[in-house]
Design a protein around this ligand. Sequence first.
Ligand code: IPE
Ligand code: IPE
Ligand code: MG
Length: 272
Amino acid sequence: MRHTVPAGMERKESDVYLRLDRARLPQHIAIIMDGNGRWARRRHMPRVAGHRAGVAAVRSTVETAARIGIPALTLYAFSEENWKKRPKTEVDFLMRLLCRYLKAEIRTLNGNNIRLKYIGRQHELPESVQREMAEASEATSGNTGMLLTLALNYSARSEIVDAFRSLAEAASRNGGLGHMEVDEQAISDHLYTRGLPDPDLVIRTSGEMRLSNFLLWQLAYAEIYVTQTLWPDFRGAQLLEGIEEYQKRDRRYGGLGQDGHGPHREHAEAKR
Ligand code: IPE
Ligand code: IPE
Ligand code: MG
């Protein structure tokens, strides 16, 4: 059955959208936005031009995800390692770009009913950036649609360290460390992502086959989709292609999967 295409969708996007099973959309998509520097280098431009061009990719991806009803989208914008290991000029540029994005995007986020949140060690970011971040999330806090989470100064290992510290502090407030209860749920509840379902799908652009310290706990059973597309060239249509690929996967969670035969594609194929 043909379903209707959300308003404002481009031709290429709607072609892919019509092939999707709307009943099986991922509930949470995480994206490692990579390849800005390479995009710029191919054009003989400075690396920062790639970051600037990446903003259009963010805008298109966020709008498309919201339009098709994805409940949660998490974007890895800036890692703790980026902050420590890149030249100050590049880091400063990224901070200015982020502030400009936050200011400019509030209107679009509100227009699409999107709530904005952050994960990462915010307190280590410049105060002016923290102020801008607080303002943007405050301005969108009444929205009830998609939750957009920006990972800024984020490191999955730091997140796990912070979760353990927070568990220990909670225990010492409640009768001492002897009362500390540690199980998977307790750890999940103390991560920055508490309350969010684990991502079903993680997308990485620019062909790199690694997680680079992103959501290590939460991605335990996520489907991984790597595209060669460099981040500044990524658009809603590419997001939908990632979802299409995701819908072809057989998620087994350590079991035997849909067909009950385990990882034998030809069996599954023959039975259809
Ligand atoms: C991703 O692009 C953006 C950030 C990490 C901030 P890169 O800057 O990592 O681009 P490449 O990987 O060097 O091409
Ligand atoms: C991962 O990209 C971090 C973000 C996209 C923010 P990097 O470019 O920093 O990762 P590595 O260095 O290639 O692992
Ligand atoms: Mg990179």
